[in-house]
Design a protein. Structure first.
Ligand code: GAL
Length: 852
């Protein structure tokens, strides 16, 4: 019996027939309950499994493979397509191609990719609404369901969803096909390729919360009370109007701390309505990088008093603001932004998002004392923002690297006019509940900042769109064109981000006395982990370049627009009203291997024409640089800290002792030669000893975290340093000369990982001598195998010039280290063992267990 019949029965039952009434009510309750069970209010299921893939157009190696017709209509045989795991980056498997641009990582990202998935839809699902959601697909996505196009999205970094209710076949099989097209010349770095973020299948009832329906704003927040503004949008996709109400619960630690009900509204068929209310939270648990407390908001939509939709949203309560005089304030206190810029790739994993890889990045950054990330220059994955919320990282979320004036022939500039509004709205709506986000950056080094004119209009327009979606965070840009100070562009920003130009900070401050400032990009120091050239030369930013395309780690090398780290610290200390800095970059990324990008002479400003010509000639002779990933990172592409890590840690963690000696002390080719020793520290004073002999005690100057002992002739043995704070010994550090490579040592970032098909363990492979000292310049090739139900997902070593594939079971060490990334296969219940062997070295193994 359906509801109507049960209700009719109640209506027709005579007054005295109590058993009949009770039976009818029971039938009604059972009937409603069973309907609720049959059609859940909302399901949001992971849709990553079961995809197959093929590529066409420009293929690896340059050959062009014609794209067959009829793929979307199932008219083309796809039986031989490859099964792939989403998130998937089709270019990261390579091969590296020396002929491809250094700038985009020498990887074959350009071309067309097709993805297909078959799935069934139960007959009962026909009364629901169904959507396919992509957190990002690179790029120009066109999505087809059973042969019909359901939508397209050009921008590769945004999330989008399309409805497919009318195209689905209920009670039978269905096919979804996605066509992606990556044009050449579309990016200044490696963009990745493919469905590189997660896919979700969303099914709702006809009356339901819209996409990104709910925003919970921080209005007034202090330690005692928080006023939050809740806005939710409900759409009625049924054929009759619906009397709709909304209920909410706020949960902390799984317990309801507040709830409420909003007055009902009648929503006409096909229309939507907004629900708004204020929520007061007493004694709120404030979110901060040190204590990232998160709340849940559960929103329930009722139609005719019956629940029809329910969804949980995560949010944080915090008061964040940029001030003109005193930098950035969080929960009433000044917080210096010790930030890094990050591109979206995850090193050997490419652009394919992965929570374990992101969590490792954030862990390493936090170990250095970093508290903020600027997502240069595009929206990051949802995973990244969720982990910033959970682990405590502030974030500047950035939309574009260009507006109407493009930087590359086929970049977003071509689509800006048609797409920017949709993209900005989608970006802000997806991200605005994340407490980690403190500002919206509508652009990086936008060319319109040079010229002003129509740029002013564009900038104001973008701000207006952002504002209409979120009025709680300021709009900023990373600005490099100094003309912006005079041409009106600078005045369009609510918070001014300066890229580089550290010697001109005062000009900006004077020009915009009422605008808060921060350094959106600093330094751009480049280096290769474990490489040192002699003598280190602070005056010559290019002195550390080597003929085999590496850069010395004495950390004095930077492009002409950048500056060694130490100089930036001095300037930041001079202008304490600056909210802090975002170093270019936290990690090395794929592509843009300045100074060995395109024509390196552009980056280096040679002193004489002769010097410049000689360098150009060298590049010509050597056939151009093989470099395919950046040198800018404080941490290399595999997550191994470079020396600079300790320079930043010294400054960013003033209360934690940092004491780091460079270079390594294994120089058989330098016996008797001057080999300067630098120490990165936050101690007040350091005494240095070489082979037991004191080389003197030095005091650190304010704003400087580097102590230098030049007069040291290399002899094998040991270097050690004793650091003092307030006159007391604080920390010791020793570096010893290594003998020959003798064994492999393995260590994993985590001993147990989930067998969910996604989770990863990152295993550091070190080449050691017999006493366990890492052999600093060892390049031994290591072979890997897995015992058990798992796989080697990728390998790497941080060498920016290596063309060895990332997806392989062997890797050469680079300066003593390489990395293996492993997974336990989905559903496996037993541990896996990674074995590492190398000719002439004692082998090693490590076991990783599935977590419960
Ligand atoms: C900046 C730019 C970054 C990167 C960096 C390298 O000017 O915004 O994307 O190219 O230079 O130093």
């Amino acid at each position: 019996m359906n509801n109507t019949l049960a209700i009719e029965k109640i209506a027709h039952i005579g007054r005295t027939n109590w058993p009949g009434i009770i039976t009818a009510i029971a039938i009604l309750i059972i009937s409603l309950a069973s309907q609720l069970q049959a059609t859940p209010l909302r399901t949001e299921s992971n849709f990553d499994d079961g995809w197959s893939f093929a590529r066409f157009g420009k293929m690896p190696g340059g050959e062009v493979l014609a794209e067959p017709k009829g793929i979307e209509k199932n008219e083309f045989n796809t039986n031989d397509w490859r099964a792939v795991k989403i998130p998937h980056d089709w270019a990261i498997e390579g091969p590296f191609d020396a002929k491809l641009a250094n700038e985009t990582g020498k990887l074959p990202y350009a071309g067309i990719g097709w993805y297909k998935k078959d799935f069934t839809m139960p007959a009962e699902a026909k009364d629901q609404r169904h959507f396919i959601h992509f957190d990002g697909a690179m790029s120009h996505a066109q999505v087809y369901v059973n042969g019909s196009k359901v939508g397209e999205w050009v921008f590769g970094y945004n999330a989008f969803r399309f409805e497919m209710t009318d195209q689905l076949n209920y009670g039978g099989s269905n096919t979804v096909a996605v066509r992606l097209d990556n044009p050449d010349q579309s990016s200044r770095w490696y963009p990745g390729a493919g469905i590189y973020r997660h896919i979700t299948l969303i099914s709702t009832q006809p009356v339901h919360l819209t996409q990104w329906s709910t925003f919970i704003r921080n209005k007034e927040v202090n330690q005692n009370e928080a006023t939050m503004q809740l806005s939710s949008q409900v759409v009625n996709q049924s054929e009759t109007s619906a009397n709709t109400s909304l209920e909410y619960q706020v949960l902390f630690d799984g317990k309801v701390v507040q709830d409420g009900k909003l007055a009902s509204q009648s929503i006409a068929a096909g229309k939507s309505a907004s629900f708004e209310t204020q929520i007061q939270l007493a004694k709120p648990q404030l979110w901060s990088p040190e204590k990232p407390s998160l709340y849940q908001l559960r929103v329930t939509v009722k139609s005719a008093d019956v629940a029809v939709d329910q969804k949980d949203f995560t949010f944080g309560v915090r008061d964040a603001k940029f001030t003109v005089k005193d930098g950035f304030h969080l929960n009433g206190q000044r917080v210096q932004l010790n930030g890094v810029c990050m591109h979206h790739d995850l090193g050997p994993l490419g652009a394919a998002t992965n929570r374990a890889a992101i969590a490792r990045q954030i862990r390493l950054l936090k170990e250095m004392g970093s508290n903020a990330i600027r997502f240069s220059h595009n929206p990051p994955s949802k995973d990244y923002l969720e982990l910033c919320d959970e682990m405590g990282m502030l974030a500047i979320d950035e939309s574009f690297d260009c507006w109407r004036k493009g930087k590359k022939r086929n970049d977003y500039g071509k689509h800006f006019d048609e797409w920017h509004e949709r993209d900005i709205r989608a970006w802000v709506r997806r991200d605005r509940n994340h407490p980690c986000i403190i500002a919206w950056s509508t652009g990086n080094e936008i060319l319109e900042f040079k010229t002003g004119g129509e740029g002013i209009e564009i900038s104001n327009r973008l701000t207006e769109i952002v504002r209409s979606e979120d009025d709680t965070r300021p709009v900023t840009n990373g600005v490099s064109r100094w003309q912006a100070v005079e041409n009106g562009m600078g005045a369009t920003l609510e918070v001014f981000g300066i890229n580089y130009h550290h010697v001109k900070y005062d000009i900006g401050l004077k020009a915009f006395p009422d605008t808060p400032f921060y350094a959106s990009e600093t330094s751009s120091t480049f280096s290769s982990r474990g490489v040192y050239t002699f003598p280190p030369n602070v005056k010559n930013k290019k002195a550390g370049l080597t003929k085999d395309f590496h850069v010395s780690s004495y950390d004095y090398s930077a492009p002409h627009w950048g500056a060694p780290v130490d100089q930036v610290f001095l300037r930041l200390d001079k202008y304490p009203s600056f909210a802090g800095e975002f170093v270019w970059t936290g990690f090395d990324y794929i592509g843009e291997p300045t100074p060995f990008n395109k024509d390196p002479t552009n980056a280096l400003n040679f002193d004489t024409e002769k010097e410049k010509d000689a360098y150009r000639e060298f590049m010509k002779q050597s056939g151009g640089a093989p470099s395919r990933s950046s040198y800018f990172g404080i941490i290399d592409l595999c997550g191994f800290p470079k020396d600079r890590f300790y320079l930043y840690r010294s400054r960013w963690m003033p209360n934690e002792p940092t004491l780091h000696i460079l270079p390594h002390w294994t120089w058989p080719d330098r016996v008797g030669k001057e080999t300067p020793i630098h120490v990165y520290t936050n101690a007040d004073e350091v005494e240095l000893f070489v082979n037991g002999e004191s080389k003197g005690r030095q005091k650190r100057q304010p704003s400087s975290y580097r102590l230098v002992w030049n007069d040291v002739a290399y002899q094998p043995g040991e270097v050690y340093a004793i650091a003092y704070k307030d006159g007391q010994e604080w920390q010791r550090c020793t570096v010893k000369t290594a003998s020959d490579a003798s064994k492999i040592e393995l260590s994993s970032d985590r001993k147990s990982i989930a067998a969910d098909g996604y989770d990863l363990a990152f295993i550091t492979v070190s080449i050691k001598d017999k006493s366990g000292i890492t052999v600093p310049r060892s390049m031994n090739e290591v072979n890997f195998s897995i015992e058990g139900d798992g796989e080697i997902v990728a390998v790497g070593n941080g060498d920016q010039t290596s063309h060895e594939p990332f997806q392989a079971s062997k890797r050469k060490a680079f300066n003593g280290l390489c990395l293996a990334i492993v997974r336990i296969n989905k559903g496996a219940t037993k541990p896996i063992t990674l074995k590492a062997t190398s000719s002439g070295l004692q082998a090693a193994e490590i076991t990783i267990s599935p977590s419960k």
